[in-house]
Design a protein around this ligand. Structure first.
Ligand SMILES: *Cc1c(COP(=O)(O)O)cnc(C)c1O
Length: 237
């Protein structure tokens, strides 16, 4: 994997605002079908690999919540974008290494990938030191995939309690990335069940291919990248 940020899409992305309108309509339709208000669902526009010039049209179209999966890459574009549009809300949706926690706490408004005690301990230390408290979601590895980050479903209750009681961290939600080759609804239902029994109200689930399904299963945050920004050039390396 490349360690340096590699924003790969250079054009201004003129089609993105139109696709954003379509995604918002799909969210509204899925919400209506599930008897939910569209306002109860936050669209997290995933801008990873796209450089600032490709993101600006989406900000100009009114989108304010964005997701990035690498701290270094986010640092290369968002401080300036946030200065220009201070009400932007930034979510970290990729794995967080402990040596990047200070940067992450300084930049992100929500960290969706809390998944281990060591990370919880360092997060608490940096939150106290910097006096800045991002919202925290625990990532659950609902498919128990060896290569994927996240807490195992059967360990989630204990980890959420440990974050609260041992580390003094307020966890407000759960996040999952279902296995690519499985029916996502099973994973969405499992995440909803774990959240409910832990009194957590926020559920980050659903991506471009399945965010309508996730809304039917209670998603409060959908993470949509390519359906807004267009196809991504994969990271080099
Ligand atoms: C890239 C990414 C997304 C968005 O994926 P799309 O299929 O482009 O919508 C959502 N969540 C996570 C964790 C990602 O890394």
């Amino acid at each position: 994997m490349a360690v340096s940020p590699t924003p790969s899409s250079s054009a201004d992305n003129p089609d993105a605002p139109g696709r954003l309108v379509q995604v918002r309509q799909t969210i509204a339709d899925a919400a209506a079908a599930a008897d939910r208000s569209a306002g109860s669902i936050e669209l997290v526009a995933v801008s990873k690999t796209f450089e600032a010039n490709a993101i600006r049209p989406v900000i100009a179209a009114g989108q304010r919540v964005f997701g990035e999966n690498r701290v270094q890459e986010a640092l290369s574009k968002w401080p300036e974008l946030k200065q220009q549009t201070p009400d932007v809300v930034l979510h970290l949706i990729g794995p967080l290494q402990t040596n990047k926690v200070a940067d992450a706490v300084g930049l992100f408004d929500c960290i969706e990938t809390l998944d281990r005690p060591k990370l919880a301990r360092v997060l608490k230390k940096e939150i106290d030191r910097l006096g800045r408290t991002p919202e925290l979601f625990v990532q659950v590895n609902t498919g128990a995939e060896a290569q994927k980050a996240g807490v195992l479903p059967e360990e989630t209750d204990a980890f959420v309690a440990q974050c609260r009681d041992e580390f003094g961290l307020a966890v407000s939600g759960l996040m999952c990335i279902p296995p690519v080759d499985e029916e996502p609804s099973l994973h969405f239902a499992l995440l909803e069940k774990i959240a409910r029994r832990n009194g957590l109200t926020k559920l980050s689930m659903g991506m471009s291919a399945d965010y309508d399904v996730a809304i039917a299963f209670g998603a409060t945050h959908v993470r949509v990248g390519s359906a807004i920004f267009g196809p991504r050039t994969p990271y080099a390396g």
